[in-house]
Design a protein around this ligand. Structure first.
Ligand code: CA
Length: 221
């Protein structure tokens, strides 16, 4: 799951990034509204965390521009404590949720999970695919109740495919979602990753649609 984090306070930014990464997210981070606007308009993210008080271009203007351009990505805004007018303005501008500073990391994680679940049509934090159970809160996977050990990257890949609701995901999209932009990209790495997942979870769980990409179908087994 790729997240865009827009926050100009270096301490908050670093803390949030650390926590998100420990919880299996891929984080891209910017500290001003202009970069945020550009990335949110051109890249694909599972969700965006957007501070409203930002240099160059404020968060509210960024959000309005995204929405005017038809950008529908789920956005969680970070607002100043007690500033209800800012929250109202943010929600009116198209924010999907808000969190007032200072906040607890556990609450940020819970809201982010809920946001991503809602946008992908998942009602629960547990995803079942055939006999495989993916617990997105505890980052745990089991087959017929037996735990399977996955690396963070394998977990990220499986969760992304499982939240796409049976949609075919191209290799390029999967690469975008799994690797940071500055990562030296190699289309083989996604193939290798899927190969390792098939070894651990069974050969039929992730199907390859030749020329199109990968698909993980609910009840595929
Ligand atoms: Ca700020």
């Amino acid at each position: 799951m790729r997240i865009l984090l827009v926050e100009d306070d270096p301490l908050i930014s670093r803390n949030v990034r650390d926590v998100l990464e420990r919880n299996g997210y891929l984080v891209e981070q910017v500290d001003n509204g202009e970069d945020a606007w550009f990335l949110g308009d051109t890249e694909d993210y599972a969700a965006i965390i957007l501070d409203l008080g930002l240099p160059v271009l404020d968060g509210l203007s960024v959000l309005k521009r995204w929405r005017e351009n038809g950008q529908r990505l789920p956005v969680l805004i970070l607002t100043a404590r007690g500033d209800w007018a800012e929250r109202v303005e943010g929600i009116d501008a198209g924010a999907d949720d808000y969190l007032a500073k200072p906040f607890q990391m556990a609450e940020l994680l819970a809201r982010l999970r809920a946001l991503i679940r809602r946008s992908s049509g998942q009602a629960s934090s547990i995803i079942s695919v055939g006999n495989i159970r993916i617990d997105t809160i505890h980052q745990a996977v089991s087959i017929d109740g037996q735990p399977v050990k996955l690396t963070p990257m394998e977990m990220r890949c499986l969760t992304y495919l499982a939240t796409q609701d049976g949609r075919v995901v191209s290799q390029m999209e999967l690469t975008d979602q799994l690797y940071a932009q500055d990562f030296e990209r190699d289309s083989n790495s996604v193939e290798v990753l899927v190969g390792r997942l098939r070894k651990k979870l069974g050969p039929n769980i992730i199907k390859t649609k030749r020329g199109f990409g990968y698909i993980l179908e609910n009840g595929a087994l």
